[in-house]
Write a new protein. Sequence first.
Length: 255
Amino acid sequence: MENTREILVAIIPEPSDYPNPLPPLGFSGDGSVNPLTAAAQIEAALTQVNQQLTEFVASANFQGDLQTAFGASTDVELGATIIEALSQGETPNLKVLSARSMNGADGAFDSVTGTVYLSDAIIHSEKLVDVITEEFGHYIDSQLNEIDSPGDEGELFMRLVNGEALSEADITGLRNQDDWGLIWVEGEPVAVQMAYDTMADALNVGVIESGEKVISDRIGFGQGRRRDRNDYYRFTLNEPQSLTILLDGMRKMPI
């Protein structure tokens, strides 16, 4: 992995203009997004996240949902304080890395530095709000618990914040997931908790009609030293028809 030159850009709007100013944003030198454009997208996403967190704390199910995500012994009052601070803009530092440096993950949280990492591949995606919420879930867990909660508590938190009615099987499945992996920051491996693709947020490639439709994307991304083979896509057919799917330009990656 080649070293990446990291540029820290402090983008903090005037308090008089924005009640919840952005935290400092970092951008890797090999990223594919314009920092100012990305900052605007992240600001818009944070506004939605803050609103959802405010509504979550005020909900009747808050205590039960918080303890479902982070454990039955969770200090609910402390959790409310942490989430309210997040909703008012007191967020961890955010850094945008290239998809390659993110090792295929959409987002990640480093509990050592308290940093949330975002892939440049999702900055203009509808997934951005959910990914930030999930990584904030990992951050909240790091503030509430000395030991990481079992499974993917970040995704569990995000889905509860979104108001999903989760079955016991859903909750058990998330608690059994391994959400740890490696990303690359300034050429060095960093162990983080990650956000990955699920069936619920499958990439929508739209309506498939007559003719050829070409989609360029990364598949079979890694989690640590494992490969995740559950990379989801969805599409629509307006009528019954024969369909050929060709995966081209594939290359073998180290396991």
